[in-house]
Design a protein around this ligand. Structure first.
Ligand code: PMP
Length: 757
């Protein structure tokens, strides 16, 4: 291959016209077409007949040209459902004519659109490609030609031929490519069926019908070789993935259709993704080599930049996911079974997200990956705080799990360090920790602590709040007791207005004091106040940031009546605020009890309550507080790993910087889209309130639900909240980057633009 580019023929348009007349007796016009190592001319005669004049590279063996001609004839005689170019014999009767050291052939022209130009590509088109290629491979199983058994650099079975070119790549790129080449070489090639393959289903060689939905032909048989049959599909996948937003899903679509027409074997399925990426690697290696030899041949590098971009994206995917998706594409659909099993056995009061449910099978950083090959940017999961399946957290859990897991009645080093580290994140006098298993358990215990300490039994809560799933906490959650199936406000609970400066009654600079006055009023109505429960920023209330001074004045009123102040940090804690580790710190207060959950274990079921020695002493009345799983060694190891990652990866600072960047982007978006009535937030706790009119502020709940669906279709996960369900909430894992923020903003802009059409 090293010499072929230099041996590319250099015939002019006039030469082509002359050759057509001299050898084929045709009077034609000619137009040059692009080619890697040959020269092709499109010819047309006065009667409207069209041809391709192919002048082969001087390095090309005549036997290989005969292989191509024979294959075209063979395929045309089979029922593949596709159109094939036909070899036109010269006046001499020859199929291949020798001219000035080059071999010339004439083929009939096949009509069609180039696959490369079709964007976006429908599922139908991708399936058609899979089916078409399967019928080509099925037909070629019966084809043989001695020239197909050749040393050929594009043959994936001979991927080692690309190795010498690795040194032409910059070090970082070489490190990216080498493992894929290694993987190709390590495949059990003997287990793969072999045959002569077409070998070049790249997007410039695939022809599509006028509607852009059906593959009608494949062109250019120059890469035919005897190899593992599955390589034919792998080549197609490599090019299908280029420039796709969801490359693995596009590949899976092609594989599923191929498999339905010509079933793949288990070893072939296992090798497919490795081979597809291997093809991209060959492509970038040979581009590097040829760019050095023929720097002015633009065609050679036509797919180089997108190939590198794709390789970078594929390298960032979780290990094994793409292979898993390919495997699943070759199995009957399971989604319906999963939905049925859920319906049959899971309590019906649990809902599924989205109109079409998602089936996630991997998580990494801020991304979730589904069974169909789609990646989703998770902008709403504040549980996967340090990123989905963070390796340090996973390692901590599995290592401790393998050693020991018991209850808290034995000494444990992880627990000792964890208690110290967790307490150190909080201001004095919050020093006493209880370890539990969920946010609900944390609030449940906080409620018991408050009642034990104060002797009271009444609570004040903020409207639309949710504090947990136990009976006692449903009673403290207006979101539930005033929601569907709720039985209204219990006697012992008072509800204060949400301190919402966008929609509530008080909006000016003194809003904090005015909303706090409502708390003071509720305190006056209480007879035996135990606690004021307040999220440090309101989640279910619709991502509401408390106005300045609110907690200071509310806490003072509560304490003056002998009550305790509980800060529910289940949604908001662990650095999400950016400026502070705990959201209550943004209000300049110290609560009496802080409850924690969700992010504390990055998905491992954990919760914690931290309080003062005084309150803890009131609770220690002789009755033991035992929690079988709370504070077990595995949970403590996980909790420690989470704190370590937050510190070592600078996630609090990232929440501040990226959160600020994202909030500015959202404000800018609101400038262009009237649907966004308000943008608010702190750090990576953000909300976009959608309204039907900026003046009326009428909640746009349907539009919000529609936005969430559209964003899902664009690979971004969001959800709605707020009493009117019109607030898009954004609270991603704290590993969210500026690039992630840009993607979210770009997709939101796109989804919002659909409305103005
Ligand atoms: N408090 C708040 C503010 C919450 O958002 C939640 C959960 N949504 C809880 C408590 C209860 O936590 P869990 O679901 O872990 O019991």
């Amino acid at each position: 291959m090293i010499t072929v580019v230099e041996k590319a023929p250099r015939f002019s348009q006039e030469d082509a016209i002359r050759l057509a007349a001299e050898f084929y007796g045709l009077r034609v016009t000619a137009e040059a077409l692009t080619s890697e190592r040959d020269q092709n001319f499109r010819l047309g005669d006065a009667a409207g007949a069209q041809f391709v004049l192919k002048i082969a590279n001087a390095g090309e063996a005549v036997e290989v040209l005969d292989l191509q001609n024979q294959a075209m004839r063979f395929l045309a005689a089979r029922d593949t459902g596709l159109a094939w170019p036909q070899v036109v014999a010269a006046r001499s009767g020859e199929s291949i004519v020798a001219v000035a050291g080059h071999f010339v052939r004439l083929l009939t022209w096949v009509e069609g659109e180039c696959f490369a130009r079709i964007q976006p590509r429908s599922a139908q088109l991708l399936s058609s490609l899979g089916g078409a290629l399967a019928s080509v491979d099925a037909a070629l199983e019966q084809f043989s030609h001695p020239a197909a058994h050749r040393a050929f650099h594009w043959d994936l079975r001979q991927a080692a031929m690309a190795r010498p070119h690795l040194e032409l790549l910059p070090a970082a790129r070489r490190r990216m490519v080498e493992p894929f080449l290694d993987a190709c070489e390590r495949l059990e090639w003997n287990e793969l069926r072999s045959s002569v393959i077409y070998g070049d289903a790249n997007d410039h060689n695939i022809l599509v019908d006028g509607a852009g939905e059906r593959v009608v032909s494949f062109l250019d048989f120059g890469d035919m070789v005897h190899s593992a049959t599955v390589c034919d599909l792998a080549v197609a996948l490599a090019y299908v993935m280029l420039d796709e937003r969801q490359p693995i899903a596009a590949a899976a679509q092609v594989v599923a259709a191929y498999h339905a027409t010509r079933p793949l074997t288990a070893p072939e399925i296992g090798a497919l993704y490795t081979l597809a990426v291997g093809r991209l690697c060959l492509s970038v290696c040979y581009s590097a080599c040829q760019a050095r030899r023929a720097p002015d041949n633009a065609y050679l590098n036509i797919s180089e930049a997108p190939a590198w971009a794709l390789l970078e994206r594929l390298t960032a995917l979780p290990a094994g996911w793409a292979d898993d998706v390919v495997r699943r594409a070759c199995r009957p659909a399971v989604t319906a079974d999963l939905v049925a099993a859920r319906r049959a056995h899971l309590g019906p009061s649990l809902s599924l997200a989205y109109r079409e449910p998602l089936h996630m099978i991997r998580g990494r950083g801020p991304y979730l990956y589904d069974a169909g090959g789609r990646a989703y940017l998770d902008c709403v999961n504040n549980v996967a705080h340090v990123g989905h399946s963070h390796p340090r957290v996973v390692r901590a859990a599995s290592e401790q799990m393998a050693l020991l897991n018991t209850n808290t009645r034995y000494l444990d080093e992880h627990r000792a360090s964890y208690l110290e580290r967790l307490a150190a994140t909080l201001p004095e006098p919050l020093r006493v920790v209880y370890l539990v298993c969920s946010g609900s358990e944390a609030n449940e215990l906080a409620w018991r602590l408050a009642r034990a300490h104060t002797g009271g039994s009444q609570a004040i809560v903020v409207d639309a709040a949710y504090h947990g799933n136990s009976s006692a906490l449903i009673d403290l959650s207006p979101y539930k007791f005033n929601g569907p199936g709720g039985r209204g406000r219990p006697e012992h609970v008072r509800v204060v207005t949400m301190p919402d400066v966008y929609r509530g009654p008080h909006r000016g600079p003194d809003a904090g004091a005015r909303y706090a006055a409502a708390v003071a009023e509720a305190v006056r109505q209480c007879d035996g106040l135990a606690a004021f429960f307040c999220e440090s920023a309101l989640g279910c209330g619709g991502q509401i940031i408390l106005p300045a001074g609110y907690l200071r004045e509310a806490f003072a009123a509560v304490r003056a009546a002998g009550g305790v102040a509980v800060a529910d940090e289940v949604q908001t804690g662990f650095g999400r605020a950016g400026s502070h580790f705990w959201m209550f710190q943004t209000q300049g207060v110290v609560p009496d009890i802080v409850t924690m959950g969700k992010p504390i274990g990055n998905g491992h079921p954990m919760g914690a309550v931290v309080t003062t020695p005084e309150i803890a002493a009131s609770f220690a009345n002789g009755m033991e507080y035992f929690n079988t799983f709370g504070g077990n060694p595995v949970s403590c190891a996980v909790g420690l790993a989470v704190l370590d990652v937050i510190r070592d990866e600078g996630l609090q600072a990232n929440a501040r910087d990226t959160g600020g960047y994202l909030q500015r982007g959202l404000v800018e978006l609101a400038g262009r889209h009237a649907l966004i009535g308000d943008v608010r937030g702190v750090g990576l706790f953000l909300g976009c309130e959608l309204v039907r009119g900026r003046e009326t502020r009428e909640p746009a709940a349907e539009a919000a639900a529609e936005m969430v669906e559209r964003m899902k279709d664009r690979g971004v996960l969001l959800s709605t909240d707020g009493p009117s369900h019109n607030v898009i909430k954004i609270k991603p894992p704290l590993v969210f980057s500026r690039a992630d923020a840009d993607l979210l903003l770009e997709r939101m802009d796109e989804a919002l633009r659909m409305d103005s059409r």
